[in-house]
Design a protein around this ligand. Structure first.
Ligand SMILES: Cc1cc2nc3c(=O)[nH]c(=O)nc-3n(C[C@H](O)[C@H](O)[C@H](O)COP(=O)(O)OP(=O)(O)OC[C@H]3O[C@@H](n4cnc5c(N)ncnc54)[C@H](O)[C@@H]3O)c2cc1C
Length: 146
């Protein structure tokens, strides 16, 4: 199968990238080794500049509908660092409660609507290239393809 770009992994990064590439007129193929979207709880929400980016893309309303509206975050834990904005008149940070499985579903839906191809149950096991092309070796449900 020929495509412009292969994205390895349908996590938030790969799915967001797939949508952005479609907006730029590029045909991406997302290959994800997991057969189904995962329900594993990872991140619980979005905070900071990504909310501005979603607003800029006209997506914030859609993402907010799957969550609560963005709300000021007077305190924000980031790894081992706990940011405390309570001494400021207005907290500079907004937060959106959105568990990662739900976020991935939204990003996957958007990438699909824009025309990105997403193949689950496909693991990239090798990559080779020459001057003109890149070839990925893929283990899929029906065996190995290149
Ligand atoms: C327990 C936990 C709690 C977390 N909590 C937070 C939090 O509160 N806030 C926060 O911002 N972040 C949190 N994170 C981090 C957040 O989950 C990651 O930053 C995010 O998942 C990164 O997205 P990604 O798309 O880059 O990578 P991933 O989500 O890791 O996605 C990569 C995808 O690539 C696939 N893949 C890998 N290799 C191949 C291959 N060879 N072929 C095909 N597919 C492949 C994997 O199956 C996976 O689906 C947490 C993470 C964990 C584990």
């Amino acid at each position: 199968m020929d495509t412009d770009v292969i994205i390895v992994g349908a996590g938030p990064t790969g799915l967001m990238l797939a949508g952005e590439l479609r907006l730029a007129g590029v045909r991406p193929l997302v290959l994800e080794r997991q057969p189904q979207p995962r329900d594993t709880p990872k991140a619980n929400g979005l905070g900071g500049q990504i909310l501005q980016l979603l607003r800029y893309r006209g997506l914030l309303e859609r993402f907010s509908a799957a969550s609560t509206d963005p709300s000021p975050a007077p305190r924000f834990p980031f790894g081992g660092v706990h940011l405390d904005f309570t001494h400021l008149a207005e907290p500079p940070l907004q937060g959106l409660q959105l568990p990662q499985p739900r976020l991935e579903r939204l990003l996957g839906d958007r990438a699909g609507e824009l025309g990105a191809a997403i193949r689950r149950g496909h693991e990239v096991v090798g990559v080779s290239q020459d001057d003109a092309t890149v070839t990925a070796d893929v283990h899929g449900r029906t065996g190995r393809t290149g």
